[in-house]
Design a protein around this ligand. Structure first.
Ligand code: AMP
Ligand code: ZN
Length: 667
């Protein structure tokens, strides 16, 4: 028992260090794969020996706790907001006030970027995170500890002892790359994209299911330790905080005069556009903690700090015309075509207009002079119109009433911001969009086919839906533009090969609204085959973990449509995989990267031979006996105790069959 406790402790410590190296220092020393193995080992030990439960174990990063109502917590120290300044003059005024109050001639400052996210107050006791609370109204906030724990850059246990009990404050942000990826996935899955990173970050903190929060690539930058003067200056305090595991801003500068502060501001006013997160200004703080204390607070702000707000980068342009795009689900998105203009380092030609309400709200008209801003959105947005420049004969935009692609009368459902083209089966863009989705990499992954070829095949009348792909003949493809024998061959081969694509991917490929990759996997593994899924009613669907009402309704609608049933019947006839096949491990990959693996015992989802085959299919090597070179042992039922002891004494990680399946299905 002693041994196991030790191993668990070592693993937790090692994982914490690697986590810190990766997320805080940005200097990992092991591969993701090695990290995953250690984590898996810890998970399986914790599962087997629940007496060693630790609420701050690295395994709990994946979340799991569900909070229905967040508890309201009164802040021990009020969370003030910051006074704002917009010019050098404002800052001179501020300095004058400070110098007078302190009775000195000069003050040292620190400059930091002002991150645009959601503020958070973290409490640590005995070097462990005990609570995370949102700012709320400054006096009281929401206890979001379970969600905060899933953010990898927030240490659950410190690397070294710090202060006994303390609060540390920071900003939870959603980096732009993560935001973009999240939105691309949402669009793919048929959801509305999020409007900006800041709201998404604060919205994520309030989600009930911490497992969902764990999937959001949130980050946290800490900028203030509350209630300790031990390190004398703000700057030193942050340096010390970094040493014990906190992620503190990289770009922080100590300035001995306002001149240096201005230089920092000027530099970052431009350079911030290169950062992977949004900033809306610079925060200037008095560096000495004793002086901070002396200055104290007004009713609203600390006197010792002030924010300098960057002017939102804006450009003036002219609205040339409005295009209307039709999405795969039929949703219409208006897009503005602008006179090209330079904005935040790029040339902008198009801007999103979101929907009809937005156009009406801005009262934007063709030929108007407009103000364009760049936020975290993928494309810039129009924030206003210069009415003084409006042409006399301009008219309000008449929003389209019919689909620009197929001419069908558009629909708008109660409560929906968007118009939709209801001509699901006749609207070319929607048809092509669905076929493109079907063949895409994460779905059927058909080699040799892309959006262009789909358009070509569709225009030639060779395909009208994804089932038609399986009737394609080489002879029919060759005569098409830019096609040759070889490319036609590739297409046919790629389509043929896709018949082996596993059920969970096929289910995703069908393009059911709200059924993204993860949901498709979940459904496939739960219901095992399409017939069971199709015959399941609403009540039973929502009873499945993570399947909500909108997904359930969407599934019911999809399977109630006779045309979809016909498509599925055809696909079945062509031999596609409408059943889960766990044993064949269904995927092939090099995910196991030549690892030496020993298997032992009896397995439920695989025979021993199938398991060996699966390991080899995924790039691993099966060896018959355990040695110090063994990378891990997959333990089945009735594994001999001698093998376990040997593995444990050599420090070889032991994982379960489920762990293994999780590993190879991860990719
Ligand atoms: P405001 O919400 O405009 O009153 O600004 C105050 C907020 O700025 C604080 O509550 C913090 O969430 C946020 N903030 C972002 N970066 C910093 C920083 N480096 N130092 C202090 N506050 C910051
Ligand atoms: Zn249409």
């Amino acid at each position: 028992m002693e041994n196991i406790a030790q191993r668990i402790n070592t693993l937790r410590k090692t994982l914490r260090e690697h986590n810190y190296n990766y997320y805080v220092l940005d200097a990992p020393t092991i591969s993701d794969y090695e990290f995953d193995l250690l984590l898996k080992e810890l998970e399986s030990l914790e599962k087997r020996y629940p007496e060693f439960y630790d609420p701050n174990s690295p395994t709990l990063r994946v979340g799991g706790e569900v909070t229905k109502n967040f508890e309201t917590v009164t802040h021990r120290n009020r969370m003030y907001s910051l006074d704002n300044s917009y010019s050098k003059e404002d800052l001179y005024e501020w300095e004058k006030r400070i110098l007078k109050l302190l009775g000195t001639e000069a003050v040292e400052y620190t400059c930091e970027l002002k991150f645009d996210g959601a503020s958070i107050n973290l409490t640590y006791k005995d070097d462990k995170l005990v609570q995370g609370v949102t700012r709320g109204d400054g006096y009281q906030g929401d206890n979001v500890t379970a969600n905060v724990k899933t953010i990898k850059s927030i240490p659950l246990v410190l690397q070294k002892p710090f202060l006994e009990e303390f609060e540390i404050r920071g900003e939870i942000i959603l980096p732009l790359a993560g935001f973009k990826q999240l939105n691309e996935q949402r669009i793919e899955d048929g959801f509305e994209p999020f409007s900006n990173p800041r709201n998404t970050a604060s919205g994520s903190l309030k989600m009930q299911d911490s497992r969902e929060v764990a999937k959001r690539p949130l980050d946290c930058l800490l900028y203030q330790v509350v209630g300790s003067n031990r390190f004398l200056t703000h700057y030193n305090t942050l340096l010390e905080a970094k040493k014990v595991g906190f992620k503190v801003p990289e770009d922080i500068k100590v300035c001995s005069s306002l001149q240096e502060v201005f230089a920092f501001i000027e530099y970052w006013d431009k350079a911030r556009h290169q950062l992977d997160y949004e900033t809306d200004g610079v925060v200037i703080k008095v560096n000495s903690l004793a002086q901070q204390e002396e200055l104290g607070y007004t009713a609203k702000y600390p006197r010792w700090a002030i924010a300098y707000k960057f002017k939102a980068e804006q450009a003036i342009s002219r609205l040339l015309s409005i295009d209307y795009q039709v999405g795969r689900t039929g949703a219409i998105t208006p897009v503005a075509n602008l006179q090209p203009v330079q904005l935040a380092g790029t040339i902008v030609k198009r801007a999103s207009l979101h929907n009809a309400d937005q156009i009406e709200k801005l009262d934007i008209r063709v030929n108007d002079t407009v103000f364009v801003e760049k936020g975290g959105e993928i494309i810039p947005k129009i924030v206003g119109v210069d009415l003084s420049q409006r042409l006399k004969d301009s008219k309000p935009v008449a929003y389209i009433t019919h689909c620009p692609d197929c001419g069908t009368l558009l629909e708008r459902k109660e409560g929906d911001a968007k118009h939709y083209c209801p001509n699901h089966y006749g609207c070319p863009t929607q048809i092509k969009g669905r076929i493109e989705h079907f063949i895409s990499r994460k779905a059927m992954n058909i080699d040799g086919l892309g959006a262009e070829t789909i358009a070509l095949l569709f225009d030639a009348g060779l395909i009208h839906n994804y089932a038609d792909l399986y009737e394609l003949k080489k002879e029919a493809i060759i005569p098409l533009e830019r096609m040759a024998e070889k490319s036609a061959d590739n297409i046919i081969k790629g389509i043929e090969a896709s018949k082996k694509i596993p059920f969970e991917k096929l289910l995703y490929a069908l393009g059911i609204r709200y059924v993204g990759e993860t949901v498709a996997k979940k459904l496939a593994f739960h219901f095992k085959d399409i017939d069971t899924l199709m015959s399941t009613d609403f009540e039973h669907l929502i009873a499945v973990d993570e399947i909500g009402e909108s997904i359930a309704r969407s599934l019911i609608d999809f399977f109630n449509d006779l045309l979809n049933i016909q498509l599925i019947d055809r696909l079945k006839k062509y031999g596609l995989q409408f059943k889960i096949d766990e044993s064949k491990s269904t995927i092939q990959s090099d995910i196991l990267g030549r690892k030496k693996i020993v298997i032992s015992g009896v397995f439920t989802k695989f025979s021993r031979n199938e398991l060996k085959q699966s390991i080899e299919d995924n790039g691993g090597k099966v060896s018959s006996s355990i040695s110090k070179n063994t990378d891990f042992l997959i333990a089945g039922d009735k594994m001999g105790p001698a093998k376990r002891t040997k593995a444990e004494s050599l420090g070889v990680p032991i994982i379960s069959e489920e762990d293994y399946i999780g590993m190879i299905f991860k990719g």
